[in-house]
Design a protein around this ligand. Structure first.
Ligand SMILES: [Zn+2]
Length: 376
C-alpha cells in the first residue's frame, strides 16, 4: 500500500443517484458511476477522510465483515486507477497561499505518481534562472512570485523606460530610470518576501556569461531574444554544458513560439539549425539573406498577448519541475496564435549526434553557423 492516509481528491464531488448507484465527479472525462447495492464502495469512499489506512481497514471490516483487507485494498486501488486518490496533506504542509496550486495539480491524474502536496513541495525547493526582464521576463517574474519557488536569479542590463510601462507591468512610473533588476527585485520582494532573489545587472554577451549564472539553479527560462537567434544560441550552449533544462520563448509579430530543451534528451537549439538545413533546401539561403540584411524589427508588443506566451512559458517550467502534466514544447516549437487564441505544435526536431553543441560534430561542417557575426 503506497498510501498512508488516502483521500478522495477534494476537487471531486461524490453524490448518489439512488440507493444503489453513486457517482464521483461531475465533469466530462472525470466522472465515474458505481453500481453498489451493498454500499461497500460507498462506505469505503466515505471512510477516506484522512485517517491512516489501517484505521480505514478496521472501520470497513466493522461495517462489512465479509470483506478481507485485500478486498478493501483492491477497492482503493481501483479508485486510484481512476485518478481519484490523493495522499492526505495537512494544510500546514502547504502554505495557504500555495494551496490552490496544489489543488490544481490534483486535477491531473496522468503524468505523476506523486501527491499534489509533493509536487508543490518540489516547487518549494526549486531555483530558477530568469534571463531578461523585458516584456517577457518581467511578466514571467510576476507569475513566478505566486508559485512558491525557493528562489530566482534575475538578469538584465536595461533601465526602466516610459515606453516599457504599457506591457512590463511589474514596473511603476516611479521606477523610470532605475535599473530593471533593482526595480524588479524590489517589486518581487513586496509580492513574495519568502523568495530568495538574486539580482544581477549584466548584459549577456556570450555563453560563458550564462554559464557563470547557472550553478545553483534547477531550470533556466530564456526571455532574451536579441540579437535574434544568437541570444538563444548562447543560452543553449550554456544549458547543454551545464545539463540544465531551459524553456525558451519569443514573440514574432502576431504569434509566439515556446520550446523547451532538456540537454541530451531533446534536440538542442543548434540541432534545430541542422534540422532545417536537412529538411529545407532554401533554409541556409534565407538565413544568410536575413542575417546579412541588418534588419532590426521595431518593438511589436501588446500586453494581453504577451501574457499568453509568458503564461505558457511558466506553465511549461512548472510541468518540468513537478511533472503534474507532460510539457507540450519538449524538443518542438509550440506556436501560439494570438488572433485566434490557439496553439499547435510544429514537428519535433531530433537530437543529432553530429550537432557541434550537444553531439560530436564540428561547427565548420554546417554552413548555417557561419553567418553569425559575433561569437557564441
Ligand atoms: Zn544539439
Amino acid at each position: 500500500m503506497h498510501f498512508d492516509r488516502p483521500v478522495i481528491k477534494k476537487t471531486l464531488p461524490i453524490y448518489r443517484l439512488d440507493n444503489s448507484v453513486f457517482r464521483i465527479g461531475a465533469q466530462l472525462g472525470t466522472t465515474s458511476e458505481f453500481t453498489d447495492p451493498k454500499c461497500e464502495m460507498w462506505d469505503l469512499v466515505q471512510s477516506l477522510d484522512g485517517s491512516e489506512w489501517q484505521t480505514i481497514v478496521k472501520r470497513m471490516k466493522d461495517m462489512h465483515p465479509r470483506l478481507s483487507e485485500e478486498d478493501i485494498e483492491k477497492g482503493l486501488l481501483d479508485l486510484d486507477k481512476l485518478g481519484y486518490i490523493d495522499e492526505m496533506f495537512e494544510d500546514t504542509a502547504t502554505a495557504p497561499r500555495y494551496m490552490a496550486n496544489a489543488t490544481y495539480f490534483s486535477c491531473f491524474p496522468g503524468a505523476s505518481t506523486e501527491s499534489a502536496a509533493q509536487m508543490q513541495n518540489k516547487l518549494r525547493q526549486s531555483r530558477i534562472l530568469l534571463l531578461g526582464l523585458g516584456g517577457g521576463g518581467s511578466n514571467i517574474l510576476t507569475l513566478l512570485s505566486g508559485l512558491g519557488i525557493a528562489g530566482v536569479t534575475i538578469v538584465d542590463y536595461d533601465n526602466v523606460e516610459e515606453n516599457n510601462l504599457g506591457r512590463q507591468l511589474l514596473y511603476r512610473e516611479s521606477d523610470i530610470g532605475r535599473p530593471k533588476v533593482e526595480a524588479a527585485a524590489e517589486a518581487l520582494h513586496a509580492m513574495n518576501s519568502e523568495m530568495e532573489i538574486k539580482a544581477i545587472n549584466r548584459k549577456i554577451e556570450s555563453s560563458e556569461d550564462v554559464s557563470t549564472l547557472i550553478p545553483g539553479n534547477d531550470l533556466v527560462i530564456c526571455a532574451v531574444d536579441e540579437p535574434p537567434f544568437l541570444a538563444q544560441r548562447r543560452v543553449n550552449k550554456a544549458i547543454v554544458e551545464a545539463n540544465v533544462p531551459c524553456v525558451f520563448g519569443a514573440t514574432q509579430m502576431t504569434h509566439g513560439r515556446v520550446f523547451t530543451i532538456v540537454p541530451r534528451k531533446t534536440g538542442c537549439f543548434d540541432c534545430l539549425h541542422l534540422y532545417y538545413t536537412k529538411n529545407d533546401s532554401r533554409f541556409v539561403k534565407q538565413f544568410r539573406g536575413f542575417q546579412s540584411s541588418g534588419f532590426k524589427s521595431p518593438t511589436i508588443a501588446f500586453a494581453p498577448t504577451i501574457w499568453l506566451i509568458t503564461s505558457v512559458m511558466v506553465d511549461e517550467a512548472v510541468r518540468l519541475i513537478t511533472n503534474y502534466e507532460k510539457p507540450r514544447s519538449l524538443g518542438l516549437q509550440l506556436e501560439i496564435d494570438y488572433p485566434n487564441y490557439t496553439s499547435f505544435p510544429h514537428p519535433a526536431w531530433p537530437r543529432y549526434d553530429e550537432c557541434p553543441t550537444c553531439g560530436n560534430g564540428s561547427y565548420d561542417d554546417w554552413e548555417a553557423f557561419k553567418y553569425y557575426g559575433e561569437g557564441v
